[in-house]
Write a protein that binds this ligand. Structure first.
Ligand code: ARG
Ligand code: ZN
Length: 875
């Protein structure tokens, strides 16, 4: 593990490397404790670089065994090797030379899961962002593109399967029961895309023929016996490959595409060229073990990693400040893929809920940073909701501004110009500017400025003048190290909705550029006048969530009630109802009439057969406790929020009881399980209704029957959640937990749900439950999925227990973070972000949370990862 050097990396310090590595040959002689890596690097001086500059290669925890240049061993005086660096003071003056290095690494001792490590007896790598330097000394930066040839040697019995990037060139037998394989990847790539897998794994094979007729062998590798669980992932892969051809004209470029599922992984998955490596949670699924949400995630992540082949691999990032160049764009692409495969409005609502739940608090707290950061201490801490999700929203806005055709032309130009290169955000924007003739200068602030912009809006209608006036005031809140902000270009989609539910056709507009239903907000203040509006319309704003902003709108509740039923934009219909619910919860509108109208509307939505089931389920789901907290912004008391939310849920359920029971019964389904969006939507609505009915008389029995009758994991997990969260002390809940464990005890991924459900049970007592569960035989601190399921969920999704006023939740959490940190700093740092909103708590909890953070910050020898997070959080 690298300890913190305190070094800060800055965008403005970027300089191209003096040396390039056009070719990389690697040989791995695999051994659990002593793998020998031989790197044969063809090194070239960059044209124009200083001839006297030393060659400085990155390392991390490396032991150098041998070094030679052009076949001659290097004398000790000619180089300097530490675990973190290799310096050759005066390399040969030739245009190219061969540097041969031998390093030794211990995969089994690698608990950080970066570089070469072991998982379930197999060898596996993770190199993004800076893991390659834990394998050999290298110019470990994304602008060094190299052609790789990789030879893997291993005992055949232990590792019959030997995989790396590209195409397999050669295989053969060696002495003593060993064998080897040679892989060659013709596409120059940065070191972070290197991958190796070796072990004894089962496989599912398939075939894909690309648009131009290239036959591609597809393989998904999993633990023996799990092969059937890869069927859905394989199907998602083929759909992704087709979609990228149809929508972006992007074809796959190698003869094989392999995916390996491993059970120890820090992140979701990794897009290594031709050899994607996945957290098995995002590969393995069937109805018995995975929920509909799991199926949707698998589809999205398989697509995401596959799409990186063009946005990330063929065109990569010049430096890590440009991370959003590949991540924001690829998230946008996977969002659009899922929207096309499923229901567009439902997908959009789900995306916005996720953005608000994860990115908004990040942008509004101490860890806020621009989509393209300008400085970092540890790059692993910048794989954030801002870079990924807000980065995707920024790309979506480009499409809104340019229109679908202009957007596609810009993408085509980007691919054409930068294929094979390491590019920047400036390059990306330039492609759109050149393709469309538009100026995106002001728009570019979305990449450079942190913080969630707000638009404050009021309206007036002048019947005599037939004029509708919309006043817009823009503000961008200050964020760490950015006190003053410039005004952004915000594309605000809108509609002026008349009493018949149709949008008014307006006359000429003054005060802002308005085109295709979008107001282009560019200044601090706009007074936008729409001519030719005879009647006061209901104003529908930020349709489709056209910009990732907050709105403060002076709006009559009756307009929101109207829009919730009649807006032609489905997202805005959901938003209108959601805003009303939020109002009721935040402002605690006590007027019985308001609450009664809300409950009525819930009944209408639940039974409206013209709406998709999934849409109804999303609309009926109340804003989460964290959503309410975010709206309240300060002096948060999670117990009070919990109470209010429960009260509203109960009121809605009581006033719709008969109808909800009827819909619930009607949604029961006997047919064969299907994971598609429509079937999932039906289950979602039924399970949402179950949640409403659960606190009413007979609720425990109803949930218990739901549990027993469940024929799939979605329904079983939903019922278990209701039982454990609402009737935790009953025999029904205890019996269901035991039955679940009995049935799924052998499957750790499914048992993660069992852990999560218990970790999120509301109330102070859950803390002790979680402590007990850390000693459950199925739990271990050394597997990231287990840690995230029990500890991560507890800290991020259990507002009342984690935020116990006595601080015991924080205290326990700090202890766990410190326990994990020496073993896996990246995981510890990621967990610790759960404390980022500590300042918005009420004073008692705030003080306790600060103590926990200070306790972490005060421990010795913290990794760069964790120190960076706690210090920024406390700053
Ligand atoms: N590039 C991966 C993705 O598709 C994420 C890998 C991040 N890994 C890390 N150690 N920071 O999103
Ligand atoms: Zn990605």
């Amino acid at each position: 593990m690298r300890t913190d050097t305190g070094q800060v990396f800055r965008l403005e310090d970027y300089r191209p490397s003096d040396y390039l590595i056009p070719k990389t040959s690697l040989t791995f002689r695999l051994h659990p404790d002593a793998t020998v890596v031989t790197a044969d690097l063809t090194i070239a001086r960059r044209p124009g670089a200083d001839r006297h500059s030393p060659l400085i290669l990155d390392g991390d925890d490396l032991v150098l065994k041998a070094i030679s240049i052009d076949g001659a061993l290097l004398p000790a005086s000619a180089y300097q090797a530490t675990p973190d660096q290799l310096i050759v003071a005066s390399p040969p003056d030739a245009p190219t030379f061969r540097l041969r290095l031998e390093t030794e690494v211990s995969p089994s001792a690698n608990s950080a899961l970066m570089g070469l490590f072991r998982t379930n007896g197999a060898y596996c790598t993770q190199c993004e962002a800076e893991g390659f330097r834990r394998i050999t000394y290298f110019l470990d930066r994304p602008d060094i593109l190299s052609v790789y040839t990789v030879r893997i040697e291993a005992p055949k019995r232990e590792a019959p399967l030997l995989l790396s990037n590209g195409n397999r060139q050669e295989t053969g037998e060696l002495a003593d029961g060993w064998h080897f394989a040679v892989w060659h990847d013709p596409f120059p790539k940065p070191s972070y895309l290197f991958a190796l897998v070796a072990g004894d794994l089962g496989a599912m094979h398939d075939m894909f023929t690309t648009a131009s007729g290239r036959r591609v062998e597809l393989g998904i590798y999993v633990e023996h016996g799990k092969e059937p669980f890869a069927a859905y992932a394989m199907d998602a892969l083929k759909r992704s490959m087709r979609w990228d051809e149809e929508v972006y004209g992007c074809e796959y470029d190698l003869d094989v595409f392999n995916i390996v599922a491993v059970s120890d992984f820090n992140m979701g998955a990794m897009e290594n060229k031709g050899l994607n490596i996945f957290n098995d949670k995002y590969v393995l699924a069937d109805e018995e073990t995975a929920t509909d949400a799991d199926f949707a995630n698998i589809e999205a992540i398989i697509a995401h990693e596959y799409f990186h082949n063009w946005t990330g691999n063929r065109i990569t990032c010049r430096d890590w400040f440009q991370l959003c160049l590949k991540e924001g764009l690829t998230v946008f692409r996977d969002h659009e893929f899922s929207a096309d495969q499923r229901s567009r409005p439902v997908k959009r609502i789900a995306e916005v809920r996720t953005l608000r739940a994860h990115q908004f608090p990040e942008d509004q707290g101490p860890l806020a940073h621009p989509v393209r950061p300008r400085r970092y201490r540890e790059i692993n801490n910048f794989y954030t909701a801002t870079v990924y999700e807000k980065g995707s929203e920024v790309v979506r806005m480009i499409r809104t501004i340019l229109g679908p055709e202009g957007f596609r032309q810009g993408m085509d130009l980007y691919f054409q110009r930068h294929d094979g290169q390491a590019a920047t955000i400036e390059d990306f924007l330039k492609a759109f500017e050149d393709a469309s003739g538009r100026d995106l200068q002001q728009f570019a602030l979305w990449y450079h400025q942190a913080g969630t912009p707000n638009l404050s809006i009021s309206t007036a209608h002048d019947a005599a003048k037939r004029e509708f006036v919309v006043e817009i005031e823009q503000s961008v809140p200050p964020t760490p190290s950015e006190a003053r902000k410039r005004m952004m270009h915000i594309p605000l989609a809108f509609g002026l909705v008349g009493r018949d539910g149709k949008d008014f056709e307006h006359g000429p507009v003054e005060g802002a550029d308005v085109e295709n239903g979008v107001i282009h907000v560019r200044k601090r203040r706009h007074v936008v006048r729409f001519a030719g509006i005879a009647e006061r319309p209901a104003l529908s704003l930020n349709r489709g969530f056209s910009a990732p902003i907050t709105l403060t709108v002076e709006q009559k509740p009756e307009d929101l009630f109207f829009l919730a039923r009649h807006d032609s934009d489905a997202f805005s219909r959901w938003q209108a109802y959601n805003s009303l619910l939020t109002d009721a919860l935040v402002a605690a509108r006590k007027q019985a009439a308001f609450a009664a109208k809300l409950a009525d509307l819930a009944g209408v939505i639940a039974g409206d057969a013209s709406l998709e089931h999934a849409f109804r389920a999303l609309a009926l789901a109340l804003p989460g406790e964290a959503d309410i907290a975010r709206e309240m912004a300060r002096d948060i008391d999670p117990d009070a929020i919990f109470e209010r939310r429960e009260a509203l849920a109960r009121m809605i359920a009581q006033s719709n009881e008969a109808a909800f029971r009827e819909h619930y019964a009607a949604l029961a389904f006997q047919g064969r399980f299907r994971p598609d969006a429509a079937s999932a939507g039906r289950r979602a609505l039924r399970n949402t209704l179950l949640d409403y009915l659960a606190p009413l008389p007979g609720g425990a029995e109803l949930a218990s029957r739901h549990f027993v009758d469940a024929t799939n994991m979605t329904d079983r997990a939903a019922a278990l959640t209701v039982l454990v969260h609402r009737h935790g002390e009953t025999n029904e809940a205890k019996a269901a937990l035991a039955a679940f464990e009995e049935r799924h005890g052998a499957n750790p991924l499914t048992m993660d749900k069992w852990l999560m459900i218990q970790a999120t049970a509301p109330g102070a007592a859950t803390l002790d439950k979680v402590k007990t569960l850390t000693r459950h035989p199925g739990f271990t601190m050394s597997n990231p999925n287990r840690v995230r399921a029990l500890i991560g969920t507890f800290a991020t999704a259990n507002q009342t227990a984690f935020n116990r006023p006595d601080g015991a939740g924080y205290d326990f959490f700090a202890g766990v973070v410190l326990e994990i940190e020496p073993r896996n700093p990246q995981l510890a740092a990621r967990l610790a972000t759960a404390l980022r909103s500590w300042r918005s708590l009420e004073p008692v909890r705030r003080a306790k949370a600060r103590e926990a953070l200070q306790r972490i910050a005060g421990s010795d020898d913290l990794s760069a990862d964790l120190r960076d997070i706690v210090e920024r959080t406390l700053a």
